[in-house]
Design a protein around this ligand. Sequence first.
Ligand SMILES: OCN(O)CCCc1ccccc1
Ligand code: NI
Length: 183
Amino acid sequence: MITMDRIIREGHPTLRMKAEEMALPLSEEEKETARQMLEFLKNSQNPEIAERYGLRPGIGLAANQIDVPKRMFALHIVDEDSEPVSFVIVNPKIASHSGAKAYLPGGEGCLSVDREVPGFVPRYAKVTIKGFTPDGEPIKRRLKGLPAIAFQHELDHLNGVMFYDHIDPDEPFRNYPDAKPLG
Ligand SMILES: OCN(O)CCCc1ccccc1
Ligand code: NI
């Protein structure tokens, strides 16, 4: 199982690498990695397991974060009032997006960042996403709310982008007229 020691932290070069497209269907080894990534998220959201293994709760995990610069990530958001999201997506893309933006009023965090970085992270409010399952089946889905935010946070990781790259250094909590706080 994946535990926190597998998750690389700021300063590790793989976090700033653009991950490589993957050939489909994934190899057995790559499928096992994908399965372990989703299992990590479920474990991290289970208080007993998280406590036992010292897991920081996470709603997403990108392959870069376990030092695998390949284009896949897992999302597991099931207690959200919006639609439940639990999948691994390979070669993910944003096919289209709203003009409207949104941000989490409390800002964002990251399992690869062991510090608070305060500030609003403006993202698209709604996204239509495309990609593939580890078995090579097509995925096409519309996301809004926290799932949409999380999808963009993970896709950023595959492009070597960290959430705080989007925070205005001069005015971290500046007003974004075209963006609404989520919630
Ligand atoms: O890359 C995943 N990760 O570092 C875990 C936290 C993910 C996340 C946190 C806040 C808003 C959106 C997504
Ligand atoms: Ni992250």
